[in-house]
Design a protein. Structure first.
Length: 463
């Protein structure tokens, strides 16, 4: 009786509340299915890196695509990616170039979908600009797992090739400067570094001027060239995948050389100043085929000076050839070559001037200026000692009224430069504009009758 009542009560209970239990079971099963089936995707750990994971997905063709973004100010090349789910690891090697602010997609094989959510550890190795093998790491979370095969080299998106460049003609050529031009015809997918190589031998372009990153036409002005000289030049471009060079072109600098005096007339009377002790001579001691002026100081503290007015102006290139020939009776060789501002008399530095001078007792070569008040401002350019019976070319490039570049070369009997003593720029305050004289002098600083002889040959200017 009791058991019958209990059975009836159970049946009544199920009939009353069973539908509620069925609803709960159905809803619970649905919730379980949704949680189990959803794909929660996210990334972490790449924050602050040059390479950011922009997006990722399994594609219909079975590849796992990762979109990388360049967050740096220089081009990036992704070279290696490793992905691990804690059990299996795959490694990708290839070349995925990512221009600045751009993206590129790398396709990986052997990553498949799974019912459970996993975190994949991702390590990316890349080059940034000139810095190789930088690494960054992070995680990709989703319903993915790594297969057992571990290699692919397929890339999509933009790839980089060597650039293409052409050498264009010059646009401006004068005595000492030339403007050369080039053009990047194809960057190759990465903006290249551009430069010009140039020199006097087309088979040996020993000089280089760097111009940084260029993606179109570019140019530069080559300065400090020699007048009446043929130069060869070639454009070059380089990126991370290689380099390219254009044709070798050439130009010849202008020549407007004015011969001020070759000392071949046997007469020094056109000069002013203390010309005593100077004479014009001929002989094998001079440059090939030329005569020369000889200054015989005769001892004491006196100087022998000659000056001349010349049709030269600021901006000219100016040169002379000098040779310290002999010293006797404790004579010490000092000589000075002064331009712009030489005046007559025994002191060629009596007005604003620029000068190059050699002093035995001070130990070397000096360049500098003297202002209108007689104040000297000079600096040592070289400690090299002069060599007796050696010809020197003294070359002056007057850049403006207060600055000039002096270059001293040893030359042979045919005026070929054999070595450089120094080349240095001097910037001062003495304004030599309006002056057009030059002068040179020798002196002896002993009181025992020392004698110094200096040869001077072929004073010239390039206007």
């Amino acid at each position: 009786m009791d058991s019958a009542k209990k059975g009836q009560s159970a049946i009544e209970y199920l009939m009353t509340y069973g539908w509620m239990l069925l609803v709960v079971a159905i809803i619970g099963g649905a919730i379980f299915s949704v949680v189990q089936g959803q794909n929660v995707e996210s990334t972490s750990g790449f924050t602050g890196s040059d390479v950011q994971v922009n997006d990722f997905a399994l594609t219909s063709n079975g590849s796992f695509d990762i979109s990388f973004q360049n967050a740096d100010s220089e081009p990036i090349k992704v070279k290696n990616i490793t992905v691990s789910d804690g059990q299996d690891t795959l490694e990708w090697e290839g070349s995925a170039n990512i221009p600045v602010t751009d993206t590129n997609i790398v396709s990986l094989e052997n990553i498949s979908e799974t019912d459970s959510t996993n975190s994949l550890d991702v390590t990316v190795t890349y080059d940034r600009g000139n810095l190789p093998d930088i690494q960054t790491s992070g995680q990709i979370t989703g319903n993915f797992e790594v297969g057992t095969t571990s290699e692919t080299t397929e890339t999509t998106g933009e790839t980089t090739n060597p650039p293409s460049v052409e050498t264009l003609s010059t646009t401006t050529v004068n005595k000492f400067n030339a403007t050369v031009n080039g053009n990047i015809t194809n960057t190759g997918g990465e903006i290249p570094e551009a430069r010009f190589n140039y020199g006097k031998d087309q088979n040996n372009l020993i000089n280089t001027t760097e111009l940084g990153k260029q993606d179109s036409s570019f140019n530069t002005t080559l300065k400090g060239l020699e007048s009446n000289t043929t130069y060869y030049f070639q454009a070059e471009a380089n990126n991370s995948e290689g380099s390219d060079t254009g044709d070798i072109n050439n130009f010849t600098t202008e020549s407007t050389t004015t011969l001020i005096d070759s000392f071949e007339d046997g007469d020094i009377s056109e000069y002013t100043g203390e010309t005593g002790g100077w004479s014009v001579n001929s002989g094998s001691a001079a440059l090939e085929g030329s005569n020369y002026a000889k200054g015989d100081n005769g001892g004491g503290y006196s100087s022998k000076v000659i000056t001349r007015t010349a049709d030269i102006s600021v901006g000219d290139n100016f040169r002379a050839y000098m040779r310290p020939q002999s010293e006797s009776n404790n004579g010490v060789t000092n000589f000075a070559f002064q331009f712009f501002g030489a005046s007559s008399g025994t002191n060629i530095f009596s007005k604003s001037s620029q000068f190059v001078t050699y002093h035995d007792q001070d130990g070397g070569w000096f360049i500098g200026e003297r202002d209108s008040s007689g104040n000297v401002n000079k600096e040592q350019a070289s400690t090299a000692s002069k060599t007796l019976k050696q010809w020197y070319e003294i070359n002056i490039n007057s850049e403006n009224s207060t600055a000039f570049t002096a270059s001293i070369y040893e030359v042979d009997g045919d005026r070929n430069r054999t070595s450089t003593v120094f080349s240095q720029t001097f910037t001062g305050n003495a304004d030599v504009s309006g002056n057009e004289n030059f002068g040179f002098q020798t002196n002896s600083v002993t009181s025992s009758g020392g004698t110094v002889i200096i040869y001077v040959d072929s004073l010239e200017s390039d206007e």
